[in-house]
Design a protein around this ligand. Structure first.
Ligand code: PLP
Length: 365
């Protein structure tokens, strides 16, 4: 049987390096609860991401849930967000007792269509939760302007945007908060993990309480919190991976450019063009299979699958069409999000995918 090629494969440090790095835990027996490595990774990521403040979490989803919770929005408040994302974004809003209001996206990059945001604002609107989908930067200036005008918060889902910079600033420095995922399938990972980045230091205390049961002393609990701390084994995985992140992104870049070369000139296949004011992290390689291509998106997906290449329809269906949300929220026409969801196919892209493998995939087009 042919080798199977999945859409992604986790980067890993050398086995010996990780084993060496976790050895001190057998002396200290300190495995979690904001230990040395948790603090060290927090410090290094704050620098690497160029953000004013950061709090590490057990995963990206809890980071999103707790970031939203940290702002104490009134129950039932409306949150303007996009349905062209991983289900986690919408779940985090709904699990906070808030109401998602789905805004359409832009066809050129899949991010929220800032031009449509204002018409969705009501007196119940508390925040905008846009997504830097595929690491594509949202129109942060316009979103900032709208948020100021209506006095609402902005929390970015930056799960795809690790290390991305916009006009020299860390992408996590925009908005009131941004959320990163360090899941094993992401550009940078801690096996499972995530972080909230933010400006206002008061949020640090709030998130600390939310991720650690609200415990502020041996006999003192000041807030109703969850448990969402990153443990030491995960923090050490992050410290190991962070050493190689630049070369890892560079390796992705080569594969990304190889795909671009092979796809250029193929009638009916569209690739996303980057924003020249932003750096890329080459997290994903989404393509759009349009009507002028010889096969439909689903036919391409099946053909690749028959050849043991598992591309993914990221993101189909749009989250607002999922069984758990369908017909539950205010109806808003989202033609661009639906069109993207019908056409998109995310091709395998990870450190270690060889040029021969990319050619093999491209020979099927
Ligand atoms: C991965 C992801 C999340 C959730 O992160 P986890 O670390 O898997 O919990 C949230 N939003 C988006 C857009 C993601 O891709």
């Amino acid at each position: 049987m042919d080798k199977e090629i999945f859409v992604t494969r986790s980067s890993m440090p050398d086995y010996e390096e990780y084993i060496e790095a976790i050895k001190p835990l057998w002396d200290t027996h300190w495995l979690t609860n904001m230990g040395t490595y948790h603090k060290q990774l927090e410090h290094l990521l704050k620098e690497y991401l160029k953000v004013p403040d950061i709090s590490l979490m057990v995963n990206g989803h809890m980071a999103l849930e707790l970031a939203i919770q940290a702002f104490d929005f009134p129950k039932g408040a409306e949150i303007i967000t996009t349905p062209f994302t991983f289900i986690s974004t919408t779940h985090a809003i709904v699990r906070n007792g808030l109401t998602p209001v789905f805004c359409d996206v832009k066809p050129e990059d899949g991010t929220i269509d800032e031009v449509r945001i204002e018409s969705l604002i009501t007196e119940k609107t508390a925040a905008i939760i846009p997504v830097h989908v595929y690491g594509h930067v949202c129109n942060v200036e316009e979103i900032h302007r709208i948020a100021e005008k209506y006095n609402i918060k902005v929390i970015y889902d930056a799960a795809h945007a690790f290390g991305v910079e916009y006009q020299g600033n860390g992408i996590g420095a925009y908005g009131d908060a941004s959320v990163f995922s360090f899941h094993a399938t992401k550009v940078f990972h801690t096996v499972e993990g995530g972080a909230v980045t933010f400006k206002d230091h008061k949020i640090y205390e709030k998130l600390y309480n939310l991720k650690n049961f609200g415990i502020r002393g041996e006999e003192l609990v000041t807030e109703v919190g969850a448990n969402a701390k990153m443990n030491e084994l995960c923090a050490i995985m992050g410290l190991c991976n962070l050493k190689y992140i630049d070369s890892s992104i560079q390796a992705r870049k080569h594969i990304f450019e190889h795909y671009n070369r092979r796809l250029s000139g193929i009638e009916g296949i569209i690739t996303f063009q980057g924003n020249e004011k932003a750096t890329k992290n080459y997290a994903y390689f989404p393509i759009l299979v349009t009507d002028t291509y010889k096969n439909s998106r689903n036919e391409v997906y099946e053909k690749l699958k028959e050849n043991h290449i598992y591309a993914r329809k990221y993101f189909f269906p749009v989250t607002s069409d999922q069984a758990c949300f369908k017909n539950k929220y205010r109806y808003i026409d989202i033609p661009c999000a639906r069109a993207l969801a019908e056409q998109v196919l995310t091709l395998p892209l990870y450190e270690g995918l060889s040029g021969e493998e990319v050619d093999m995939i491209m020979d099927l087009f």
